[in-house]
Ligand binder design. Structure first.
Ligand code: HEC
Length: 200
């Protein structure tokens, strides 16, 4: 009798566990095709545990993008995570550092777990695009365009975009990310993000 009761109690638990798991597995990230931004790349670098003084030098540094790129390349030997980044990822990271370093509250970053670290770092251009550019049309309108930074800033300053809450610097960071990582061929965009185009 009591065995049956235990069994009956266990059924909903087992059932919900069975139900939850496959559903979770199916939930793939439809935006995975959009290249990682500087926040994600920088988090990968931090969790690879680079020498503390190298990390400190990055967190407190102030450089142009070209200087950051040269700096990162010069450090690749001592910081193995950097060797895994493609040229495009290195430039994207250098670009992010230009906009976000020195990081005032950066000291404790190395101690954070990856998920908390990703939250603690300032958002990158990819984050801005996903958060601010899907309200009126699909992201495809944005990430398939090829245009230089001034043209992007022009797009974002059109009346249709004036009310988007991004500071001037954030718009520049987004534009810079899109120049480096946008222009994605439509064939690389998942089917569900192709049809319809825009609702405006
Ligand atoms: C408040 C609604 C709204 C949001 C949010 C929005 N857009 Fe748009 N977008 C529009 C409308 C309306 C059009 C078509 C009219 C036009 O081109 O101004 C458009 C068109 C575009 C176009 C194609 C036309 C062009 O100018 O080349 C691009 C590219 C674009 N948006 C980029 C962006 C980016 C980048 C963001 C995020 C920063 C964004 N949009 C967020 C309303 C919006």
């Amino acid at each position: 009798m009591s065995f049956i009761r235990v069994l009956l109690c266990a059924i909903p638990i087992v059932f919900s566990a069975l139900l939850a798991d496959p559903l979770l597995a199916q939930k793939k990230d439809v935006f995975a095709f959009i290249p990682a931004g500087g926040r994600t790349l920088f988090a990968q670098l931090v969790v690879s545990h680079p020498p503390a003084d190298e990390l400190q030098a990055i967190l407190t540094g102030k450089r142009t993008r070209a200087e950051w790129l040269a700096y990162l390349k010069s450090k690749a030997k001592g910081v193995p995570a950097l060797q895994k980044f493609s040229e495009q990822e290195q430039i994207t990271l250098a670009d992010y550092l230009t906009f976000n370093m020195p990081l005032a509250s950066g000291q404790g970053l190395a101690d954070l777990a990856k998920a908390d670290l990703e939250k603690a770092l300032p958002p990158d251009g990819r984050d801005f695009a996903l958060e601010k550019c899907q309200g009126c049309h699909i992201i495809t309108v944005v990430i398939t365009q090829v245009r230089p930074v001034p043209a992007w800033l022009g797009t974002m300053n059109k009346p249709s975009h004036a009310r988007i809450k991004l500071s001037r610097e954030q718009r520049e960071a987004l534009a810079s990310y899109l120049v480096l990582n946008g222009g994605i061929p439509i064939d690389d965009v998942p089917e569900e993000l192709r049809a319809g185009g825009a609702s405006y």
